[in-house]
Write a protein that binds this ligand. Sequence first.
Ligand SMILES: Nc1ncnc2c1ncn2[C@@H]1O[C@H](COP(=O)(O)OP(=O)(O)O)[C@@H](O)[C@H]1O
Ligand SMILES: [Mg+2]
Length: 263
Amino acid sequence: METIQDQMRQLKLVRIAEELPLLLQDASKREASYAELLQDLLGRELSAKQDRHAAMKTTMARFPFQKSLESFDFKFQPSIEPKVIRELAAGRFIADADNVLLLGPPGVGKTHLAVGLGLRACALGYRTMFLTASSLVASLTRAHQENRLEEKLKLLVQPRLLIIDEIGYLPLERLGANLFFQLVSRRYERGSILITSNQSLAGWGQVFGDQILATAILDRLLHHSTILNIKGESYRLKEKRKSGLLTRSEPYTEPGAEVEASS
Ligand SMILES: Nc1ncnc2c1ncn2[C@@H]1O[C@H](COP(=O)(O)OP(=O)(O)O)[C@@H](O)[C@H]1O
Ligand SMILES: [Mg+2]
């Protein structure tokens, strides 16, 4: 037994090396055939390996928090069709390098869904990166100033799924908007971008400070894409409203509320 376990460890079959005595016992109880036993052992090692890879990809993605699609309450958000999210969760859009845009006012679950889809992408084995729009633009700008834009763009093209959260909270400077365009062009038909924005697409001209640039960006983003327009009220304010702290009943969409609510 020890010899086999040692050989397994040398082959880096760590999971089954550990479980071997129990697995063998169990197999003899079930009177499993050699083939069945082998399939069981390899299956376990393979799934352990997939779990390790998914965990590594999840760490590398740098999500701001970990919230799954399973914990998303679709009943609270009837403007989202669960079927559309299920289809996205299957990861086909990543294989096809298609894009996803999640649009809607603050608190409707855009970031939650973006993280949930990102976690699915990691579980499916796709390299994923999560960035806020402002940190992305800041790091592109820095790279440009330090003469290493090319290097930075290459890094940002690598992940199969790039999640850019919160476009539109801050209007971009001319340089930032330009660098953003370069990134979108680089990834066009090469890798998926998932964007969340509190602005409708009509407002992107203002966000990018230039209608022509915004149109060029949208042209590439939208060519192969799924757009979800999330309507409705803030989940964050739901509890407050319930307890009577808030009396207004119309959707709460004031942009400043986001900063306050998330801090
Ligand atoms: N439908 C929902 N079901 C469960 N939790 C939700 C839902 N919508 C929003 N939330 C939660 O409310 C908070 C705000 O959501 P978030 O995704 O940050 O909103 P947004 O990015 O649209 O401003 C988060 O804690 C999120 O998990
Ligand atoms: Mg958000």
